[in-house]
Design a protein around this ligand. Sequence first.
Ligand SMILES: Nc1ncnc2c1ncn2[C@@H]1O[C@H](COP(=O)(O)OP(=O)(O)OP(=O)(O)O)[C@@H](O)[C@H]1O
Length: 632
Amino acid sequence: MSSIDKLSIQGIRSFDSHSRAIVQFYTPLTLIVGHNGAGKTTIIEALKYATTGDLPPNSRNGAFIFDPKLAGESEVLAQVKLKFHNVNGRQMVVTRSIQLTKQRTKVSQKTLESLLHAKDPETGEHVSISSRCADLDQALPLQLGVSKAVLDNVIFCHQEESNWPLSEPSILKKKFDEIFAATRYTKALDNIKTLRKEATVEMRLNDQQREFLRVNRRKARKTLRSQEHEHEEDLAERRRELDDLKSQKSRVAGQIHQLQEQSQGVARTMKGLEADLLQLPDRAKEVKSWIDRLQGLLTTSVDLENGRDRLEQIEKQVQSLHQEAEKAETRMAQEAEEIASLEREEMGSRERERNIRDTLRWRDLRKQLQGARDHYGEMVKAMGTTDRSGCQKEMEELQARQQDLMTQRAGLLGEMKQLEDQVARLTRDLEGEYRDVDGKYRRHLIKSRVRQSAAADLDKYALALEKSIMKYHSLKMEEINKVIRELWVNTYQGSDIDTIEIRSESDKPKTGGSSLTRSYNYRVVMIRGETELDLRGRCSAGQRVLTSLIVRLALAESFCVQCGVLALDEPTTNLDRDNIASLAGSLVQIIQHRRQQRNFQLIIITHDEEFMRLLGRSDYADYYWRVSKNSR
Ligand SMILES: Nc1ncnc2c1ncn2[C@@H]1O[C@H](COP(=O)(O)OP(=O)(O)OP(=O)(O)O)[C@@H](O)[C@H]1O
């Protein structure tokens, strides 16, 4: 819990710029007394300026700084320094300086350096945390653990503005909204709703894009499939044609080969026949000689026939001679000689027999020759009828056809190449127009699902936040009203008002019927019996002061959990004696009640000696500060 320690004032209002006025703050009570115009309110103004950077009302023209005219100088330097402990108990010092320069009739005010130092708990050295005013204005509420609105309107509320709880409804609403930080949450809710709207629009756009991609994907698949199919069919057709051509080509080549073989065979036969023809005269001669020999042999064979008969006769004679040999040996030798000659003749006969065989062979040969001649004649005849040029022509035709087929084949190969190129080009086209269409579609789908769930989360979060805000608001209001009732009952001495309360009524929902976002209007009411009336415009000056004080005390109770400081400037204004006494009693009760809060600090500024005396009776006012103006 934060607390304030010491305030140094220099050159502010009636505090001149040549000396420092130091105020030490006690726990739980700091009493500051002084006559009117002594500078008591200046202390609160300085505290507020140090903690929020806000100047008091109507002081923009340099009224907050000690007047240079009074100082007799053209320039006055003012400084406020506050030593405090932050919410974590760390000692800090905030210093703010302003300069006021007077040029003839014109004065100009300039904010000089502002510093926030923290004391290092180990070394004791002061470390600078921030030096920019804007940073400082944001940092100090955080260090003190309360919002700027609470510092402004509750803790260091200026005397002139202290009756704000009974101001007109719009101001009251503004103050309460600031204290409840409603605007912040309303803005957060509005932001969530804007985000939700944007998410919905994006979702719609995304859905449209996704639909477009889905159609594209379907188209791409269909086109791809049909093109693949077409190309496959085309390729198959071309392959079939090519296979046909190949088989035709090989058939034609076979035929050509056959014809070539036939042609070679014919050429060979012709060569053989030509050789045979060349040999025919020699053979004819040979045959002729054989014929001659055979004719000779024929003559010889006739002789041989005759000789045989004679031989038989001779044999008969031999036999007779043999028979006679026995009779005549001499005649035997002659006869032997005759036999020998006959044997020689027999040998001659055998020769002739061979000749006969040769003749028979010659006849065969002649027959063969005749056959060959016939064959030759037939061949010549056949050659005469065989159309060699026709064969040649057929071969040429076949070769031409082969050439044609080769050309066709080359054409088909070219077409196939073209088709393959086309396939490659179409694939490239597909990759261009429908490039990564699946991936894109998938990414869009994921995005869409994420957005949907984000939008649903935003709805849930907005609803939860709205409910929480409403719950928080109603709980806080309940808590505040409870404290207000207690304080009123304990403090107010009159009998015309039983109690007071703050009524918060919600406007209609800001946007749309389904939204829970509500804006609250506030009013302070007085309750008497069953009657409830707006207090504004129906209360006395004293009732107004007491009401405002009690509302601020209740707000401090509820909102200043982290910061126990509360400054009350002239709380007894317009109160009668009884009410002053009861107020003193209530404040003592509050001090007692919050004693367990370590750093509770009540700062009471008053010119009312009686009130001070009443407070002094308590155990909490051992010291007090008396503020007085010096002679300058
Ligand atoms: N710019 C200034 N230069 C010098 N003195 C100023 C300046 N502004 C205000 N004063 C003086 O400072 C004093 C105002 O101080 P402050 O309002 O703190 O008095 P106070 O003690 O709260 O009085 P009260 O009890 O009447 O409220 C007055 O005396 C006023 O004349």
